[in-house]
Design a protein around this ligand. Structure first.
Ligand SMILES: [Zn+2]
Length: 417
C-alpha cells in the first residue's frame, strides 16, 4: 500500500538536503575534510530536535546521533541503528545542485537541461524499467545529484518523524546517525561505537529496491617503490638507471587478461596499479589488492612481490621497497557471527513486498569498518543510482520503499525480542 505521507516526507527532505554543497576533499588535513559538511550536519541536528528526538547532538568531529524513543512494552528490545553519510563525492561538482522531479516517468530518455549531452537513457539503465509511473529525481546536467547518500539521510529523517507521530507502531530504541567524509574513506574515523550504543546498525546507502549487501571486498593497499640512479642525461651512458623504466616494466608484467579491474567481476579479486609517482631516481606505484577472501590478499601480495623482484633482477643497479597497509575487511566475516542482523533485514524487505536482492559489493562501505569496530552493519538500498555521476537519479517511490523497510525492520526486531 502506498504511503503518500512518507513518500512526500522523503522527497521534500531530499530536495532540501541536495541544495547543501557537502562535497568532501581527499587532500584536506582537517576533520571533517570540508567545513561545509557541518552546515548540513547542524541542520540535521536541529531538524531531529524539532521532530522530537530530544537527545540529538553533534560531537566535536561532526557526527550527529539521536534516539527515536522506544514504544514497545517489552523490556529487552535491542537498540538498533540507521546510518547515512552527508558528504558527496569529490569526483563531481556538488555545488548549486538543481534537482528536477520528473513526475510519472514513462520509460523515455531524460535529457538534462543544463547540458543536453547529459542524457539518462532508458536502455543503459536497467533499473529504470521498474520505475514506470514513478517520480524520478535527477540533477540538471552539470553536477551530481547527491542521492548518494542524501536519499538515505532523507529516508531516515522521514522515518524518525513518522515513528514519533505513530507511537502505535511497536519498536525498541532506534539510534540514527549522520556521518561526514565517507567518500574520502574516513566516514568511520572518529565514529564512537560506544556512544552510538546500538547492537547493530544499517547503512541506508545501497542502490536498487530490495537490495541488501552484507559482503564486501577485503582490501589492502600496496606501495612498490623502485630506486634507480639519476645523472645528467647527456652524460648518462652506462650510468643512469631510470626508476621510471623499471616501474613501467613492472606494470607491464602484471597480468592484463585476468586479476585486473577491467577483466573481473562477481567474486573475482584483482590487483590494480592506480597511482604512479615518477622520477628517474625514484618511482613508486600504488596498488589496490582486492578479494572477498582475506587470505587471498596474502597471495596477491606474494605475487606482486615476485613480479617486482623479478623486474629489478632484470635492471641491474635498481632496487625495490615494498609496503602493505590494511584498508578494510569483508564485513561478512563479522556478520556471519550475528546472523539475526541480516536475517531481520531480509524479513523486513520481504514484508515490504519486495523481491530480495543480494550480491557482493566490489568495494567497501563504512559498514565494513564498523563491523570490525564492533558494530555489525550491513547496507540496505536507498534507491540511489549512477553514483558520483551527472546522471545520478533516485525515485520518490524507492525512497518511500526504503523508509518502509526501516519501519518494518524496527518492528521485526521488536517482535523477535
Ligand atoms: Zn554513499
Amino acid at each position: 500500500m502506498p504511503n503518500d505521507a512518507l513518500r512526500d516526507a522523503c522527497l521534500n527532505r531530499f530536495l532540501q538536503y541536495v541544495k547543501f554543497d557537502t562535497q568532501s576533499d581527499e587532500n584536506s588535513e582537517t576533520y571533517p575534510s570540508t567545513a561545509k559538511q557541518l552546515d548540513l550536519l547542524r541542520h540535521l541536528q536541529a531538524e531531529l530536535k524539532s521532530i522530537g528526538l530530544e537527545d540529538a547532538a553533534m560531537d566535536e568531529h561532526g557526527y550527529v546521533f539521536a534516539t527515536i524513543p522506544a514504544t514497545t512494552k517489552k523490556s529487552k528490545v535491542p537498540v538498533i541503528g540507521f546510518l547515512a553519510h552527508v558528504d558527496t563525492s569529490p569526483e563531481m561538482p556538488g555545488v548549486n545542485v538543481k534537482p528536477i522531479v520528473h513526475r510519472d516517468y514513462q520509460g523515455q530518455d531524460i535529457v538534462l537541461p543544463d547540458d543536453r549531452a547529459a542524457v539518462l537513457k532508458f536502455k543503459d539503465n536497467p533499473a529504470l524499467a521498474e520505475q514506470i509511473g514513478c517520480d524520478i529525481v535527477t540533477a540538471s546536467g552539470t553536477t551530481l545529484l547527491g542521492a548518494d547518500n542524501k536519499a538515505g539521510v532523507a529516508e531516515i529523517v522521514a522515518v524518525a518523524e513518522y515513528l514519533v507521530k505513530h507511537r502505535e507502531i511497536p519498536h525498541g530504541p532506534i539510534r540514527v546517525g549522520f556521518t561526514p567524509d565517507e567518500e574520502v574513506g574516513n566516514g568511520t574515523k572518529y565514529f564512537d561505537v560506544a556512544r552510538f550504543g546500538a547492537v547493530c546498525a544499517y547503512t541506508m546507502d545501497g542502490e536498487t529496491r530490495g537490495e541488501i549487501e552484507m559482503e564486501t571486498f577485503s582490501a589492502d593497499a600496496m606501495t612498490v617503490t623502485f630506486h634507480g640512479f639519476n645523472t645528467h642525461p647527456g652524460y648518462a651512458k652506462g650510468k643512469m638507471i631510470s626508476a621510471i623504466r623499471v616501474a613501467a616494466d613492472f606494470i607491464n608484467r602484471l597480468p592484463k587478461d585476468r586479476l585486473s579491474p577491467e577483466t573481473t567481476d562477481g567474486y573475482e579479486g584483482y590487483v590494480h596499479p592506480y597511482v604512479v609517482n615518477a622520477s628517474v631516481e625514484k618511482t613508486s606505484v600504488k596498488l589496490l589488492l582486492r578479494d572477498f577472501k582475506t587470505p587471498k590478499l596474502r597471495e596477491q601480495e606474494a605475487f606482486v612481490t615476485d613480479v617486482a623482484k623479478g623486474t629489478v633482477a632484470d635492471w641491474p643497479g635498481s632496487s625495490v621497497e615494498l609496503k602493505v597497509e590494511e584498508s578494510y575487511r569483508n564485513m561478512k566475516e563479522v556478520l556471519d557471527q550475528h546472523p539475526q542482523v541480516v536475517e531481520n533485514a531480509r524479513e523486513a524487505i520481504r514484508r515490504t513486498g519486495l523481491k530480495l536482492r543480494e550480491h557482493p559489493i566490489r568495494g567497501g562501505t563504512d559498514g565494513s569498518r564498523l563491523c570490525f569496530m564492533g558494530l555489525p552493519t550491513p547496507n540496505i538500498f536507498a534507491g540511489e543510482h549512477n553514483f558520483h555521476s551527472r546522471l545520478e537519479w533516485v525515485s520518490a517511490q524507492d525512497m518511500e520503499l526504503a523508509a518502509k523497510v526501516i519501519i518494518e525492520l524496527a518492528k521485526v526486531w521488536e517482535e523477535r525480542a
